[in-house]
Unconditional design. Sequence first.
Length: 183
Amino acid sequence: MDPSKTEDWIDFYSLVLDRLAEFLADPQKRAAKLGITKEELAAQKERLPGKMDMEKYRELCASWKNVARDLRTFGLALGDDLQLAPLMQDMAKPDWQQQPWLEVFRGQDKPLRFYGRDAMTALGFFNFFIQQCDQVDPTARIKEALLDQGINKDNFREKMFGTSVRNPWENESPPPDQKGQKP
């Protein structure tokens, strides 16, 4: 795991949330866009989720902005030896369910704390990271997601201006020219 990829994990999670909203805004339309036939859709109709409540999505996006900002401000590196509190069994208790909170520790440092909706959002991010960190290169996945939307190295600034997603091609060295020399 490359600890320098923390920013990419944050950006990747942002893109995943965007794709999820696109899918849940109209699951059948998105499935058709992915090449799923009408017959396949009909066979899976009961398994498709319903349309997302867009107000809940706006709440999630606002919460994710807070969490991502706090993760960056805290200087969190996902490669650090991080600890989360409370324990999973404590999260099942009614008190925690009514007033969720999450603390992220790095050694003896003061913890980063999240409360309410932000605690749930941060927990979702850490679960996402834990499940995928050994299998996924977030930079490559960001590039794939952007390329799927017609965004590439040449038009990134134009298409993504004003978003929080960093340019995943920014630190790439230019390709060698025909003689094997860099231009």
